[in-house]
Design a protein around this ligand. Structure first.
Ligand SMILES: Cc1cc2nc3c(=O)[nH]c(=O)nc-3n(C[C@H](O)[C@H](O)[C@H](O)COP(=O)(O)OP(=O)(O)OC[C@H]3O[C@@H](n4cnc5c(N)ncnc54)[C@H](O)[C@@H]3O)c2cc1C
Length: 268
């Protein structure tokens, strides 16, 4: 079973993030970057499926796919050090500023060059938070989408594959099944991602990493990049600075003053 995991490098959730005045895109250069958190769960789930397949005598491989600038290789290395087998990195200056529709086009083009039974993604990236990539990819590839998985089981008999998920709902879960190849997005409940071991980190340095430009992947330059993005950020405003807090001096009536404050703010 061949599994592709989509992994995105995002600005550290705890870093202060800013849009740039010049082109209204996120300033990614001046902040620390990390693997999108939910993508760690996607990698973990792929590794578990691979382990289950190999334990029952089958074969499986896990390929990481990332679209992002050169430094996204750090995130790819992390996924490889967790245990993924190989990676594909789509990186090209022409992709800068691509919006979600264009990103899905570029990722689908790369997917069309790979052999896979399952694509596993996170359910949402913490920077743009559109939670739309799995659906866009399902539409572009014509493959079923199984979203919001809190459990995944996949089997392959000969060339016939099936994937079944428990889809997290507000009240419990739905069981959803599809034939492979399919696109599955996972939620954080699904597992506990492993930490890369020292051995894993060393091994990651030698694992195959394929670097692709848009030309390599057959991506039309006119369909990617900020200038031709179907959606544009037209305006933004920064968060207002935090107001100084109100200090209540306790002169025997501190409790009353706090209660009055809470009432004035309609908390009580
Ligand atoms: C005008 C404009 C300019 C933009 N410019 C840039 C830019 O220069 N650089 C940039 O990175 N973003 C840019 N973005 C944001 C970019 O469009 C989105 O990040 C991207 O389309 C994915 O959407 P999302 O992050 O909301 O992913 P979601 O749909 O929330 O992500 C779901 C899952 O999809 C997968 N995924 C998402 N993106 C990728 C990826 N790139 N590679 C691999 N897997 C992925 C991950 O598994 C993730 O967990 C821009 C957006 C706009 C509107």
């Amino acid at each position: 079973m061949n599994i592709v995991v989509l992994v995105k490098q995002v600005p550290d959730t705890w870093a202060e993030r800013k849009l740039q005045d010049a082109d209204k895109t996120l300033d990614r250069a001046s902040v620390d970057v990390v693997m999108n958190e939910i993508d760690e769960y996607a990698v973990e789930e792929a590794l578990k499926i691979k382990e289950a397949a190999t334990a029952s005598g089958g074969e499986a491989s896990v390929t990481i796919l990332t679209m992002g600038p050169d430094r996204a290789v750090e995130t790819i290395r992390k996924a490889l050090s967790m245990g993924a087998d190989k990676a594909v990195h789509l990186s090209d200056d022409a992709l800068k500023g691509s919006d979600a529709v264009q990103t899905s086009y570029a990722l689908a083009q790369v997917l069309s060059t790979l052999e896979y039974d399952l694509v596993i993604t996170g359910s949402e990236a913490t920077d743009s938070r559109m939670a739309i990539m799995p659906a866009l990819l399902a539409e572009r590839t014509g493959q079923p989408q199984l979203s919001g998985a809190r459990k995944v089981t996949a089997s392959l008999e000969g060339t016939v594959g099936t994937v079944r998920i428990e889809r997290q709902t507000e009240n419990g879960y739905d069981v959803v099944e599809a034939a492979t190849p399919a696109i599955v997005s996972v939620v954080e409940k699904i597992n506990e991602p492993r930490y890369p071991s020292f051995k894993g980190i060393m091994a990651a340095k030698k694992k195959p990493l394929t670097n692709l430009t848009i030309a390599d992947a057959g991506i039309d330059a006119a369909q990617v990049g900020l200038a031709s993005a179907p959606s544009q950020v037209v305006e933004f405003s920064n968060k207002p600075p935090r107001q100084a807090g109100q200090i209540v001096k306790d002169e025997g009536d501190g409790g009353v003053k706090i209660a009055e404050f809470l009432a004035s703010q309609k908390f009580v």
